[in-house]
Design a protein around this ligand. Sequence first.
Ligand code: MN
Length: 214
Amino acid sequence: MATRKRPSSKSKPLAEYKRKRDFTKTAEPEGKATRRRSARGLRFVIQKHAASHLHFDFRLELDGVMKSWAVPKGPSYDPSVRRLAMEVEDHPIEYNTFEGTIPKGEYGGGTVMLWDRGTYEPEGGGGADALRDGYERGDLKIVMHGKRMKGGWVLVRMRREGGRAQWLLIKHRDELADPDYDVVEEAMTSVASGRTMEEIASRKGRVWRSNRGT
Ligand code: MN
């Protein structure tokens, strides 16, 4: 079975992202793929998202977009735990600063928290080429430099069901691995604003304006 990106995603990056959203109703960024590179390295972001089912959106910058996975249970520091990571559509890099509420009834409706962010790199060096290769092979070994995500992690592709692949997110057995540390339970506030999900949902500290119903 072919494991490469479909050609359409190459010619029209973010087409699926845009098709799924009505930007007159959601405050999410419309976004565009970019060739600009951050001098600080490739970025990652994890957003906690209370949609119809709570999950963590795990996003890695690669080739001008954020490669994205939905991780229902979030990451685990226990190397014996494999967390399901469902591949979803690429997101724009501007999405990395999005925190707020997507209106009910819109795609992904619910509260979004910036749960972690930072930079990441391929475990064995080699820059974007090594990352692209790992992504396409379905064996992506990375080192993360976040506030909550630190050290080595791997994303391993299992199988495709329909159009999209299911992966596993696993902590590497390194000096930061810790079976007793439940990062999802410990880290309950935004890495950007310090707010809880409830505070974001009640729009404390920040107001998102939606065109809906006005
Ligand atoms: Mn999501």
